[in-house]
Ligand binder design. Structure first.
Ligand code: NAD
Ligand code: DAU
Length: 353
């Protein structure tokens, strides 16, 4: 089989490739990525010498560039990770999100439709997010039939791409599957996101910016569990199906920061209360969704997937990885990153609660 993996130099795509390429030696994996600010070839350096792995620097907004890759490899399966993925960036510059997440997905669907006219076994798997469902109150869960209610430019662009994928299945019989996953954490996550940013700032004695009162809730899943869920879907699902994927690990943002502090303290010997003094409350994210929580019964019952890591085991691995790879954080924190931190955090008034 030939797998075309988009966004394979980013956090989840790289974890997917690092996990699967060494195991599936008879399959070929083509990673296409435009190496934007969150994509880095350092994230896939462990597999770059594998004979079944190839990288092409292509922007998914570039139809002709993508067409060349399709002509060269004629892939059987597309696993579509590439996206602009950070909610705060979508609030400050939404256009990139529309171009990559909507137009980029459209380009890939069009090429698949044209190239797969006579192909018998092929699949387009679209990697999406639980944020398309909007925000939950204290109770209840997102299921696959929860109506879409995206609240940020990021989630609206992902919802649009989900709808396009579904439309290509219904209109053109394109074989597709979709997964909507909760918040991932683990190695190679770009340090703009809550967990790697907290870890990095704890280690460097910098403030930990907590939006609002820190009581917003996310359902955390260790990234390799997400990768295994995607592999299960690709190989065992009927076409046209969609699956919610989540870890059943609901935590407030303040609880997440405390779990990180406790784990870090176990490695460094620094009292966790010292780390927690770095918490700084800042102005809330506009339109901040209160709670996400996934009901993953469908993928568990029909495909037999379940997460292997708990928040305790997953966070221990994650903290150890970042401690062992502090040079990675430095290398990926380029000029663009420093500019972003200034832009996102400079006009949030600072306070303490
Ligand atoms: P990321 O930002 O770490 O990685 C995205 C990758 O896509 C990067 O390598 C980037 O260079 C690449 N990319 C961006 N625009 C591109 C373009 N125009 N052409 C080619 N490549 C491009 O994001 P991530 O967290 O790894 O997310 C991957 C996918 O998973 C996204 O579709 C996201 O919506 C989805 N998702 C993420 C989470 C999460 O918690 N991180 C949860 C559920 C779903
Ligand atoms: O739910 C899945 C989604 O999870 C994915 O689709 C997105 O790609 C991914 O980025 C993530 O979105 P979130 O907005 O939930 O993740 P983020 O790490 O940005 O924020 C997690 C929570 O922490 C959220 O409630 C906002 C809060 N936060 C975040 C940052 C960056 C802070 O309090 N301070 C911060 O500086």
């Amino acid at each position: 089989m030939i797998y075309l993996v988009t966004g394979g130099a980013g956090f989840i795509g790289a974890n997917f490739l690092n996990y699967i390429v060494p195991k599936q030696k008879d399959d070929i994996f083509i990673n296409i990525d435009n190496l934007g600010y969150s994509g880095n070839l350092l994230n896939v350096e462990n597999i770059e010498s594998h004979e079944n792995y190839h990288f092409r620097n292509v922007d998914i907004q570039d139809y002709n560039g993508l067409k060349q890759v399709f002509s060269e490899w004629n892939p059987d399966v597309i696993i579509h990770f590439a996206a602009e993925s950070h909610v705060d960036r979508s609030i400050l510059s939404p256009l990139h999100f529309m171009k990559t997440n909507i137009l980029g997905t459209f380009n890939l669907l069009e090429l698949a439709r044209n190239f797969w006219k006579d192909k018998e076994h092929c699949l387009f798997h679209h990697v999406s997010t639980d944020e398309v469902y909007g925000s939950l109150k204290e109770s209840g869960y997102f299921t696959e039939t929860t109506p879409y209610h995206p609240n940020s430019p990021y989630s609206a662009s992902k919802a649009s791409s989900d709808h396009l994928v579904r439309a290509y299945f219904h209109t053109y019989d394109l074989p597709v599957t979709i997964s909507n996953c909760s918040n991932n954490y683990g190695p190679y996550q770009f340090p703009e996101k809550l967990i790697p940013m907290t870890l990095s700032n704890f280690l460097n004695g910098k403030p930990i910016p907590i939006y609002g009162n820190g009581q917003n809730i996310r359902d955390w899943l260790y990234v390799e569990d997400h990768c295994q869920a995607i592999w299960h879907i690709i190989h065992n699902s009927e076409v046209g199906e969609t699956y919610n994927v989540g870890g059943n690990n609901e935590l407030t943002n303040l609880e997440v920061v405390r779990v990180i502090a406790d784990n870090l303290s176990a490695f460094t010997g620094v009292d966790s209360s010292r780390y927690l003094e770095q918490i700084t409350y800042v102005k809330d994210r506009p339109g901040h969704d209160f709670r996400y929580a996934i009901d993953a019964s469908k993928i568990k019952n029909t495909l037999g997937w379940s997460p292997e890591e708990t928040i305790e085991s997953g966070m221990k691995k994650t903290v150890k990885w970042y401690l062992d790879h502090q040079d990675w954080i430095e290398k990926v924190s380029s000029g663009d990153y420093q500019g972003w931190i200034k832009l996102n955090y400079s006009n949030r008034e600072v306070g303490n609660r």
